[in-house]
Design a binder for this molecule. Sequence first.
Ligand SMILES: NC(=O)c1ccc[n+]([C@@H]2O[C@H](COP(=O)([O-])OP(=O)(O)OC[C@H]3O[C@@H](n4cnc5c(N)ncnc54)[C@H](OP(=O)(O)O)[C@@H]3O)[C@@H](O)[C@H]2O)c1
Length: 277
Amino acid sequence: MPFADRPVTREIDGMSTVPAISLDNGVDIPQLGLGVWQIDEPDVADAVAAAFDAGYRHIDTARIYGNERGVGRAIAASGLPRDEIFVTTKVWNNDQGYDRTLRAFDASAARLGLEQIDLYLIHWPAARQDRYVDTWRAFEKLYADGRVRAIGVSNFEVRQLQRLFDETSVRPVINQIELHPRRPQDELRGFHAENDIVTEAYSPLDQGALLYDETLQKVAAKHGRTPAQVVLRWHIQLGNVVIPKSKTPARIAENVDVFGFKLDNDDMAAIADLEHR
Ligand SMILES: NC(=O)c1ccc[n+]([C@@H]2O[C@H](COP(=O)([O-])OP(=O)(O)OC[C@H]3O[C@@H](n4cnc5c(N)ncnc54)[C@H](OP(=O)(O)O)[C@@H]3O)[C@@H](O)[C@H]2O)c1
C-alpha cells in the first residue's frame, strides 16, 4: 500500500468522528468532506445541513459551482462554532491574475459569509493563459494576511507544481485531483508524498459509475457495507483526503460511515486492480 504512512491521522477532540490529516503548515483538515458540485443553490443548504447532522465538518465548494451563498447560509444556520468547520473554495480560471484573484477571494468570502476561508485552491492551472504564478502570489498575500488558513491547487501536474516551487515562496499544501480506483494517479501521489503535499481525491466514486462493478459488490458483501463505502474506505486507507458528493441525505450519511471497518490487503489489491479493467 504505497504512501499510506505519510499523513498523520488522528481524531479531532469534540469535533466529529472523521479523523484529521495535518497539512504541512500544521492546519488540520478532516479527511472526508462533502463535495457540492452540481448541487444547485436552492438545494445546497439542505445537503450541507444533512452533512452536518451526519457528522461532516468539511465542505468543498468553488466559485464556479454557483452555490457559495447556500453553503454560507447552512453554516450560519448550523450554530456550529466556526473553528469546527473546514471550508474550501476555489478561484475560477477567468478570475486568475494577482488583482483579480484578490477581488475574487473577497467576493467568495462575502458569499460564504466568512471572514476567513480554511483552504483556497487554484481550481485549474489554465496553463495556456499562463497566470497561475501571479495567481499564486495573490494566494501568498491572502495567506500572509490571515484571510486563509491554507493554500493549495487543483488539477496541477508535476511540472506546474515544480514551477510554483521554483518561482514562488510558499508551497501548496494540497493538490485536489481526480482520483478513484480506475484512475489511481500513482505517479502524482508519489510526487506529492515526496514534497509534503496532501493528495485530495475528487470524483472519488468516479461520479457513481464504478459502484456497479462486481468486484466492489463482492468486497462490499464481505464487509456488510455498500460499494460506495468500500471505495471511500479504500481512499481513506491510502491516506487521501476525500470529498464525495451527494444531495441525497441517506447517501450523505452512508458516505461518512466508513470509519468502523477495515479493508484487508486482498481487498485493497482487488480494488486497485479495477484500474486494469
Ligand atoms: N477540483 C475540481 O476540478 C473538481 C472536479 C470535480 C469534482 N470536484 C469536487 O469533488 C466532489 C465530488 O466529485 P463528483 O461530484 O464529481 O463525483 P463523486 O463524488 O465521485 O460522485 C457523485 C455521484 O455519485 C452519487 N453518489 C454519491 N454517493 C452515493 C452512494 N452512497 N451510492 C450511490 N451513489 C452515490 C451522487 O448521486 P446523488 O447526488 O444523486 O446522491 C452523484 O451522482 C465535487 O462535488 C466537487 O466538490 C472537484
